[in-house]
Design a protein. Sequence first.
Length: 302
Amino acid sequence: MNVKSYQFKNAKTTPPPEPLAATDDLFAPPQFRSRVIAVSSGKGGVGKTNIAVNLGLTLAKRGIRVALLDADLGTANVDVMMGLQPEYHLQHLITGQRSLAEILVETPSGLKIIPGASGLPDLADLPDAQRDVLLRALMGLDGTVDLLLIDTGAGVGRNVVQFILSAGEMLLVTTPEPTAVTDAYALVKVLAGYHLPISIKLVVNNAQPQSEGEAVAQRLATVAEQFLGRAIEPVGVLPRDKNVPQAVRHQTPLVEFSPYSPMAVALNRLAERLWSDVEIQQVTGISQFFRKIMALRSVITG
């Protein structure tokens, strides 16, 4: 059954649900489940974080309540890309120095940022107490946001895999470059090895012309289906845009730096496609994300 709160065009008129308490009853279905999407890539340098930031802003400006978690625990840089200088970050949260509410940064557009901290160990390598603090804090977001975007690290490391499998939905970012496509396929292959249900959506960035990106997307989807038995849904092609590096240098998200540029327009189309006609049965929810990531921590190895 379609839920209006998940419909892109009706997001602004949706009454906010009551916040959920972070309890130990992880199997109890929440009154409202937040959608969780991991934004990932097979290799660095394909624009993953840039897409996560601009996608989050685009959705937030449409009235959708979005939180963006900078989960690249090695080289967190969402705050840098947005020109933010947060006083607190994940390190302060997991060590108990600050609460999630204290480290969370809300932008003028309404996008909530959970700043990462460069140099943190992988989630699987964190002491149990610190890992549990982080995940329970995230669980408390369930129902208070419509969407939790997780900007994971790049590659096939166990931290990345753990976040993706637990989210249950991934936006896979690649470019037409052969190395990027090969590494994207490698990530899908690793995920397929765990035989867990996951929705994989593919976006091809920095494509010129459009037909090149479409061909790459179709080829990757066909190969994954044929050799891995995994369905990949192409959801968009983002064009090469001279405004992108300028926006990065100005530490301003593209959709604010040049809102009518070719890529900004394409990001709006991508946002609408991702958000429209979502079935509630497809939504993981942050509480279930928490439960799955706890179960997977002893299964996933690097």
